[in-house]
Design a binder for this molecule. Structure first.
Ligand code: ADP
Ligand code: MG
Length: 634
């Protein structure tokens, strides 16, 4: 076995891989880019590199540290055959399959042809350059970039009329994202379920499968919640799919951990090969939980040329495991990426959390917005889903908005509970999956928090509680939440929000915890302070409440969020284009600035007609979430 291994990745997967290295007594070498340090603590040595895709710098770090092998994690260089070859050229073991297998599977067209020849069922389709995709006549159909990944550039076509335009647009996206415009088209499978098989192969010709994972809960072809086993797969089906997966792996001389993705017709149960991912998957932990195997350890064994010591009969599935991906994104704003500093972090007790963040870390737009994965196991599927919901409710991340309430709504949805999944389910349920309750309580809690702070240490002369002879005055707090600016009035134990009913409310703080009692009902929040903002968290949901001070823009009497004219960036990102100059007259809804993050462009528009007073940003500049982009005076 190796004595030193370099991990060429970041975040949760780098930490995950280093845990296994540590357990095996193997020295871990980390690489990191400037400021991206969360995964470095688990390493014995660390090297700063310019980019995670910089092969030169990574190989130099491997040479310098005496690493005998490189684990690429997932993403970045994990499916890069050239990198695997470069490693071999330097006498360093690439922990992954042979370069030829990466190449054969990295191209969807070639992969389908290869496994079809080995007798594995594939989705009927046509592929370039041999076929003219314009003559395809079976609809609905799906266009895919042959070099694709991550769901990018895939287009569903409903009729022949849509085909020419769809092909053109898919080709543009494919060329831009993958540098290769080659496309394939295939039948769009009805009620599709995404079910994939984990395979493991050693260099001695031993290939086994470790059962399936169902990943049908997706949005825009990206997985959100994954589970093992699938509620849809019978033992017979598992055996059949497992055999097909092993054949597919054999057809390319596979070694190491790999995943064969199948698309399954939810009505007939027929399954078809979609693609093979020649690496460890994000969702590998659910397989580890039900098989009680450490996949990274098996990868290391295979890479070191050791036999796996596994036979198909020795692989047993125990219970049920579910994983949810926690993202820095805001479901209420169309899943735009969010960002910010992690001010407070609380993780669940009875769950496995594979996390890439810690308190103090700044989540920005440079990397994938996945923060962590919450993984649970139970004897039954029902029990596992309940445990996942509990674990998500016990997860508190203050300082940025996450998708946790959305994940909870999904986990508890009756159709998900019933196991009636297909890859379109999330999109159909979307309107019901963005819960928004609790906003008023958070405002009341924030007002009482700021009020208690204003009262200070009991010095009556410093007191800001509105005391005066006869009767205390109301204190007015102008608090900004995502819904806008609110007027919250506090007097003694009475609070009103935006002129609503008088609530009898009190708040008690101990450390970061705040217990709010409203009309006799107690609610517990975790809190964290960031300048004029208070972050409150409860059962996975978070609220940011910003106090306005006298003189702030937007603090003019009667000014609401829309009227204050300050246009902020909806996400952390880069300014692509500035379309307004100071002095310009603009109309309501006119495009002012385009911000880009995660290859998504977002157009920021004028909230009202007026005159542009200030544009404190320029094209190319990176901006934080909520950074001021333009000020428009009504
Ligand atoms: P990627 O490389 O982007 O992961 P895949 O070929 O694995 O591309 O497809 C991504 C997702 O698209 C799948 O998980 C599935 O939800 C959907 N999909 C792919 N092929 C089909 C098909 N023929 N019919 C229906 N859905 C499909
Ligand atoms: Mg895929």
């Amino acid at each position: 076995m190796f004595h030193t291994v370099l991990v060429a990745n970041r975040g949760e997967i780098a930490i995950r891989v280093m845990e296994t290295l540590d357990g095996l007594g193997i020295a871990a070498v980390a690489v990191y880019t400037a400021g991206d340090l969360a995964h470095v603590a688990g390493a014995d040595r660390a090297y700063q590199i310019p980019k995670y895709l910089d092969m030169e710098a990574i190989l130099a770090a491997a040479r310098d540290s005496g690493a005998q092998a490189i684990h690429p994690g997932y993403g970045f260089l994990a499916e890069n055959a050239e990198f695997a070859r470069r490693c071999a050229g330097e006498g360093i073991v690439f922990i992954g399959p042979p370069p030829a297998a990466i190449e054969a599977m990295g191209d969807k067209i070639r992969a389908k042809a290869t496994v079809a020849a080995a007798g594995v069922p594939v989705v009927p389709g046509a592929a370039e350059p041999g076929d003219d995709l314009l003559t395809w006549a079976e609809f609905p159909a799906l266009i895919k970039p042959s070099a694709g990944g991550g769901g990018k550039g895939m287009v569903v076509v409903r009729s022949a009329g849509e085909l020419p335009a769809a092909l053109e647009s898919a080709r543009r996206t494919a060329q831009a994202a993958f540098g290769d415009g080659t496309l394939l088209i295939e039948r769009y499978i009805d009620s599709p379920r995404h079910i994939e098989i984990q395979v493991m192969a050693d260099a001695h010709g031993n290939v086994v499968h470790l059962g399936e994972r169902e990943c049908s809960l997706q949005r825009r072809h990206q997985k959100i919640i994954e589970e093992a086993p699938s509620p849809f797969v019978t033992p017979e089906m598992r055996e059949e799919m497992g055999r097909a997966a092993v054949e597919a792996a054999r057809s390319v001389g596979y070694v190491g951990a790999g995943t064969i993705e199948f698309i399954v017709d939810g009505r007939t149960g027929s399954f078809h090969f979609m693609e093979m991912n020649t690496r460890l998957q994000v969702e590998h932990p659910v397989t580890e939980e039900v098989t009680r195997l450490d996949l990274v350890k098996l990868q290391l064994l295979a890479a070191a040329g050791e036999p796996l010591g596994l036979t198909q009969d020795s692989v047993r599935l125990n219970g049920h495991s579910v994983e949810a991906r926690v993202y820095a994104e805001d479901p209420a704003r169309g899943f735009l990426p969010t960002g910010g500093r992690v001010l407070l972090l609380r993780e669940p007790r009875d769950a496995r959390v594979d996390s890439g963040i810690e308190e103090g870390v700044v989540v920005g737009s440079s990397f994938d917005p996945m923060l962590s994965k919450v993984i649970v196991r139970d004897e039954t599927r029902e029990g596992a889903l309940q445990a996942l919901d509990r674990a998500l409710a016990e997860t508190t991340i203050l300082g940025l908005t996450t998708n946790i309430p959305f994940l909870r709504a999904l986990t508890t949805h009756p159709q998900v509970r019933a196991g009636e999944l297909d890859t379109g389910l999330v999109e159909r349920l979307l309107p019901t999956l963005t819960p928004s309750e609790g906003a008023e309580e958070a405002l009341v809690a924030a007002a009482l928090y700021f009020q208690a702070e204003a009262i200070g240490d009991g010095d009556p002369w410093a007191s800001g509680d509105g005391w005066r002879l006869g009767e205390a005055a109301w204190t007015t707090w102008r608090l900004e939440s995502r819904q806008g600016v609110h007027r919250v009035l506090v007097r003694g134990g009475v609070v009103t929000v935006d002129g609503g009913a008088e609530l009898t409310a009190s708040a008690r703080r101990t450390g970061t915890e705040l217990v709010l009692t409203v009309d006799g009902r107690a609610t517990r929040f975790e809190t964290a302070r960031d300048g004029d903002s208070l972050w409150l968290g409860r059962k996975g949901a978070v609220w940011q409440v910003r106090r306005h001070r006298i003189g702030d823009p937007g603090d003019r009497p009667g000014a609401g969020k829309a009227a204050d004219g300050v246009v902020r960036s909806p996400m952390p990102g880069t300014v692509l284009l500035v379309k307004a100059q100071p002095g310009d007259e603009v109309d309501a809804g006119q495009a002012l600035v385009i911000v880009e993050a995660m290859k998504m462009e977002h157009t920021v528009t004028a909230p009202h007609a007026g005159t542009v007073k200030d544009v404190p940003v320029r094209a190319g500049q990176s901006v934080d979430m909520d950074a001021v982009l333009v000020v428009v005076e009504p």
